[in-house]
Write a protein that binds this ligand. Structure first.
Ligand code: ADE
Length: 240
């Protein structure tokens, strides 16, 4: 059972996420656990302050170290083996490969979601095991990033997805995009479903899907296409 604990100033955002879709199903099935911790609950002053002005001046506020430290230690006490992950645009870029790695390697993950101009550097240096970014853009806080990461890790844990869906055929699992999908009706807006998919010939369908996957990767993500050499079967399929 893998645990996801999210330290945040907006626990309602995270709680709503844990209560919906496949993630809530995974929790019901006891394959994962998910909870939020309100960093403000660990502030000890009258006003429940969690931020302060930056030393050296400048605009914006910085999250104070004491409430964050107390929140992390509280979370670690419950899950001592968990890895502490800071959501920050300065972290290493998240990817499907990273999702696989984190889904295998950990009893749990404790996410720190920053707000304002960031968190006191001493928390990063003393308590954070890994800094992760979900892309080269800046959001107002780490909450959405933590949900992106939890969502993509949780669906890789055996049993979280329905038994028919397998993350093995996902886009990116082998640096290829997934093949085109169709469902009923057989014709929509004058556009038919490719005939081979109605044929029942599994080998032909497999080859068509491989070709579709390669074509899509070439057209939509030439950077991925270039990254991977074509194997013999792929070359043959593309020559047909
Ligand atoms: N917090 C703000 N922007 C972020 C990003 N791009 N990735 C992770 N955490 C963030």
């Amino acid at each position: 059972m893998m645990d996801f604990t999210v330290l945040t100033l907006f626990p309602e955002l995270i709680d709503a996420f844990f209560e919906h879709g496949m993630i809530s199903r995974g929790i019901e099935k006891k394959l994962i656990t998910g909870s939020s911790i309100n960093i403000r609950d660990f502030s000890t002053d009258r006003h429940k302050t969690v931020d302060d002005r930056p030393y050296g001046g400048g605009s914006g506020m910085v999250m104070k170290p004491e409430p964050l430290q107390a929140a992390v230690l509280y979370a670690k006490k419950k899950m001592p083996e968990s890895k502490v992950v800071l959501m920050t645009p300065q972290g290493t870029r998240f990817s499907q490969a990273k999702a696989w790695e984190l889904s295998c390697a950990n009893e749990g993950l404790i996410f720190i979601c920053g707000r304002y101009e960031g968190i006191d550097e001493r928390i990063t240096s003393c308590l954070v095991d890994e800094e992760i970014s979900i892309g080269d853009y800046v959001m107002t806080g780490g909450e959405l990033a933590s949900m992106v990461i939890i969502d993509s890790i949780a669906r890789l844990i055996p049993g979280v997805l329905g038994s028919c869906e397998s993350p093995k055929s996902d886009s990116f699992s082998d640096d290829r995009l997934e093949y085109a999908q169709y469902t009923r009706p057989e014709e929509f807006e004058g556009l038919p479903v490719p005939e081979v998919l109605l044929s029942g010939n599994h080998e032909k369908i497999r080859q068509w899907r491989k070709r579709s996957s390669l074509q899509r990767t070439f057209l939509k993500r030439p950077d991925l296409f270039r990254k991977n050499k074509l194997n013999l079967e792929e070359k043959k399929i593309l020559m047909q």
